[in-house]
Design a protein around this ligand. Structure first.
Ligand code: PLP
Length: 378
């Protein structure tokens, strides 16, 4: 059987990894500043993570949501504490798309409405409603096309106010990434997030903070929306939550009440996934990784500001976008081929840095030197 060929891939196979270092099958060493799409949060093969999952696997890996799983409660408690949302409720699933799908659905159950407001440049996943709220018609299949989603310009307060004035009573939810990832590392402005909060409250719509890529401590606060001093009604999360173990979830504000059967999943919240997620939060706390994300991120952003060939540096903490002129579109590939550094990209020509939250200043310096070398070739 062939693999279904949907991924443009690098001809490299990574066979071993530790922290922010990975090795290929030939023994070559690479610096990983991408963490497999922002997934690696506490570093590859962290000792505590490996032993917690291994111990759990030796006890029980999976049962189902028809029995008590005390690990789910432990995870909810710790997540509530670390994120500063003790009074929220946790629903566990398996991926970012699934988290957003459940968030949008839950909002619609809550207020009985259908209309979703999303924004230009947004990416919310590939399941049915999540992909409809994603601003990329190429990946929306005809069966997923719907009139329920309205796209507004990002960070445009006037357009948002006009939309609510025109049809605010119909709006079920507004979904927004604190910093757009796939859209090119573009931060939602403080004013914009605060207006979303005020208008959704006024019209009894729900504010969904897609924190799948920008959340989980990456920007130096637990949710990147915290920067605007707003509380959303639902936070969706995945990626960094399991450091590679598939797990997603939504944190749900207390005014939204559950009923049996409202949401559900077979695999969500299984023993192994909870053990992985607990290990991540424990390491984040013990090693003060949000603080590190903020410090190393600020350092990188400051230093990148000194490169005159870069058009713009965007982002916060360890979610950084480096916009380059068109003629430098090979830089990302060259960083990998010539300097053995993994980075990501966003169209048309943005290098995306999404390293583990315990990346060090010396890793940052290695990247800065490599980038200077690459840019000097032009
Ligand atoms: N939301 C955002 C902001 C994302 O960046 C992504 C994935 O890149 C998703 C949702 C979808 O997550 P997943 O690929 O785990 O379904």
């Amino acid at each position: 059987m062939n693999l279904f060929d949907v991924y443009p891939i690098n001809p490299i196979s990574i066979v071993r990894a530790k922290g922010s270092t990975v090795w290929d099958a030939q023994g070559n060493e690479y610096l990983d500043l991408y963490g497999g799409h922002a997934v690696i949060s506490i570093g590859h093969t962290h000792e505590h993570y490996v032993s917690r999952i291994t111990d759990q696997l030796n006890q029980i890996g999976f049962y189902s949501n028809s029995i008590q799983t005390p690990l789910q409660r432990q995870l909810a408690d710790l997540l509530g504490r670390v994120s500063g949302k003790d009074d929220y409720q946790l629903f566990l699933c398996n991926s970012g798309a699934e988290a957003n799908e459940n968030a949008l659905k839950l909002a619609s159950f809550y207020n009985g409405r259908k209309r979703v407001i999303a924004f230009k440049g947004a990416f919310h996943g590939r399941t049915s409603l999540a992909v409809s709220a994603t601003d990329n018609p190429r990946i929306v299949a005809p069966v997923n096309q719907t009139d329920h989603v309205t796209f507004l310009p990002f960070n445009d307060v006037a357009a948002l106010e006009a939309a609510f004035a025109a049809y605010g009573e119909e709006v079920s939810s507004v979904i927004i990434e604190g910093i757009q990832g796939v859209g090119g590392i573009r931060a939602a402005s403080v004013e914009f997030l605060q207006r979303i909060r005020a208008l959704t409250t006024q019209y009894n719509a729900l504010f969904i903070a897609d924190s799948v890529q920008c959340g989980y401590g990456r920007t130096g606060t637990f949710y990147s929306h915290d920067y605007a001093d707003v509380s959303a009604d639902i936070y969706s999360m995945a990626k960094g939550m399991g450091n590679g173990f598939p797990i997603g979830g939504i944190a749900i504000s207390p005014q939204i009440k559950p009923w049996f059967g409202m949401l559900g999943t077979t695999f969500g919240g299984n023993h192994l996934a909870c053990a992985a997620a607990l290990a991540v939060l424990e390491v984040m706390q013990q090693e003060e990784l949000m603080q590190n994300a903020s410090e190393v991120g600020s350092y990188l952003i400051h230093e990148l500001g000194n490169f005159d060939r870069i058009l713009e540096v965007r982002g916060r903490g360890l979610m950084i976008g480096i916009e380059l002129p068109d003629e430098m579109r090979t830089v990302k590939k060259d960083l990998l081929a010539k300097n053995r550094i993994f980075t990501g990209e966003a169209k048309p020509n943005v290098i995306r840095l999404l390293p583990a939250l315990n990346v060090t200043r010396s890793h940052a310096d290695r990247f800065l030197e490599a980038l200077e070398e690459r840019l000097n070739e032009f």
